[in-house]
Design a protein around this ligand. Structure first.
Ligand code: HEM
Length: 136
């Protein structure tokens, strides 16, 4: 197959051989399109924002894309409801310990922030269409 006109994404592999970035990206895109498929109004607004972007640029670049308010609101909402690493990742506190807010955590302690729970804790567990529409 000709590669002319196509863009190739390079996804790094971890030293254990798994695709560290393609799994997270695939999961994110799946949840993003799952929600968009139920929100035709948002698809329309999103398409408008992206069309306007491409009227001004000939080449996609991450800085320009990061300024697309509507696109980013939709991505963030999908990531909030379906974080591809729901457990969060682990960190070890420094030897002298660490104070977060009012809580002291002793040194050399493994800590972890469970993203799925945090993202659904005190905020709605449903897709927030109105919040996204207000981003336009
Ligand atoms: C929505 C898409 C993505 C999500 C949700 C995601 C999420 C994550 C998370 C949670 C980590 C672990 C961070 C930590 O150390 O605590 C990570 C690490 C990493 N990600 Fe992503 N990622 C995404 C896409 C990508 C892409 C597209 C690339 C590269 C093309 C990438 C490259 C990496 C690399 C190099 C690491 C560090 C791995 C290591 O420490 O060995 N990620 N990512």
């Amino acid at each position: 197959m000709s590669q002319e006109g196509t863009r190739i994404l390079n996804f790094p592999k971890s030293n254990k051989g798994s695709n560290i970035s393609s799994d997270t990206t695939a999961a994110s895109l799946s949840s993003l399109f799952f929600h968009l498929a139920q929100e035709p109004l948002q698809v329309k607004s999103l398409r408008k924002e992206i069309d306007e972007y491409f009227e001004e640029v000939s080449q996609v670049d991450s800085t320009g894309l990061s300024k697309l308010t509507y696109l980013n609101a939709i991505i963030n909402e999908a990531l909030r409801l379906h974080p591809p690493v729901p457990s969060g990742t682990q960190r070890v506190t420094p030897a002298e310990g660490l104070t977060i807010g009012d809580t002291f955590i002793p040194g050399n302690t493994t800590v972890q922030v469970p993203l799925h729970s945090v993202f659904r804790g005190k905020i709605p567990t449903l897709y927030r269409s109105s919040l996204i529409l207000s981003a336009v």
